[in-house]
Design a binder for this molecule. Structure first.
Ligand code: 5GP
Ligand code: ZN
Length: 135
């Protein structure tokens, strides 16, 4: 028996509130929603994160998220949504089976995003060079 919670959900060993399923992808309600209608979109096959996921399956996850988003938004009466993926423990990934979060957003729901700040002078050029030479 696998110790991956999401593989166990797919195997039916742990119940879930499924809203969508096809041959490759499942979407179900997050057990601890940021807002009502918060859905996780996951591949049926176990891949730990986005970089391990075959390209075609990565595309499929986004296609499914895009397909179900209008139903979620209309269903719960939301005004928009955040589509997020926490990649790696340091980024807040708690479950090591890649998943998209589709989080409905309501006006004045108080779910603030993190804030950024501008680069100090000259720093953007240094950072862009560091990244470009890795590509
Ligand atoms: P992460 O932090 O890995 O990006 O998100 C994992 C998400 O999975 C969390 O939002 C958490 O509430 C959800 N989750 C964890 N265990 C279960 C479970 O057993 N069932 C469901 N439906 N969601 C879960
Ligand atoms: Zn898994």
């Amino acid at each position: 028996m696998t110790d991956c919670i999401f593989c166990r959900i797919i195997a039916g060993e742990i119940p879930s509130d499924k809203i969508y399923e096809d041959d490759e992808v499942v979407a179900f309600l997050d057990i601890a929603p940021v807002n009502p209608g918060h859905v996780l979109v996951i591949p049926k096959a176990h891949y730990p994160d986005l970089l391990a996921l075959p390209e075609q399956l990565a595309v499929q996850l986004v296609i499914v998220a895009r397909k179900i988003a209008p139903a979620i938004i209309t269903g719960v009466g939301a005004a928009g949504f955040n589509l997020t993926l926490n990649n790696g423990v340091v980024a807040g990934q708690a479950v090591g089976h890649v998943h998209l979060h589709l989080i409905p957003r309501f006006k004045d729901d108080g779910r603030e995003l993190w804030s950024g700040q501008p680069y100090p002078a000259g720093e953007a050029a240094v950072v862009v060079e560091k990244i470009r030479k890795q590509l």
